[in-house]
Design a protein around this ligand. Structure first.
Ligand SMILES: CC(C)(COP(=O)(O)OP(=O)(O)OC[C@H]1O[C@@H](n2cnc3c(N)ncnc32)[C@H](O)[C@@H]1OP(=O)(O)O)[C@@H](O)C(=O)NCCC(=O)NCCS
Length: 167
């Protein structure tokens, strides 16, 4: 599956699924999804790393930002936010991924990551993750991301950020 972000911006309000696997359907986030996604962020994240409604709304409106939702029926079971950075070394960034604790270890995060990667044009993807977040680091490593550097105290005192890269 390939598409550029111009197409993402043009189609993200559509209801058509991007990818369907079993009972979980990955599709574009609609503006009306944002309150439920803010609740998902509160449930999914510890240490206050989740995004609030205003941040989600700003990202939804921003150009070259992709917000995908994995729905189990009508329930948003997971979400991912990614964007495209232009410039000398264009790259895609995973800004946020979160799966409802009730839906974990079902492959939803893997599906969201692979779908976002397929929709973003850059070949290189980067992300930052808390050094203590073993589940997320295991996810990213399983998808081919590698550790390319440490940013001390990125998430607060003694919570270092690991920069990971693929491609
Ligand atoms: C990290 C997170 C997104 C994973 O979501 P998930 O849907 O449960 O992940 P998946 O089921 O797609 O897992 C894919 C692979 O990642 C790895 N993985 C995921 N969770 C793991 C865990 N708790 N322990 C070890 N490995 C894990 C495994 O290799 C897994 O494959 P497997 O189940 O076949 O062994 C989820 O735990 C979460 O939302 N955490 C809170 C938010 C967060 O920390 N986000 C990342 C911020 S950088």
């Amino acid at each position: 599956m390939t598409a550029d972000l111009a197409r993402v911006d043009a189609t993200r309000s559509r209801s058509a699924p991007v990818q369907q696997a079993g009972a979980v359907v990955v599709g574009w986030a609609r503006f009306s999804d944002l309150p439920a996604l803010a609740r998902l962020q509160r449930r999914g994240f510890t240490h206050h790393h989740g995004y609030g409604l205003l941040t989600l709304a700003s990202l939804w409106l921003a150009p070259r930002v992709l917000i995908l939702v994995a729905r189990a029926g009508n329930v948003p079971a997971g979400m991912i936010i990614a964007d495209e950075r232009r410039g000398r070394t264009a790259h895609g960034r995973i800004l946020n991924i979160c799966v409802d604790p009730r839906y974990r270890r079902l492959g939803i995060a893997r599906d969201l990551m692979l779908t976002a990667e397929a929709l973003l044009p850059p070949r290189r993807m980067v992300l930052m993750v808390d050094q203590k977040n073993d589940a997320a680091i295991a996810l990213y490593t399983s998808l081919g991301y590698r550790d390319v550097g440490l940013t001390p105290d990125y998430y607060g005192p003694h919570r270092h950020g690991v920069m990971m890269q693929k491609g």
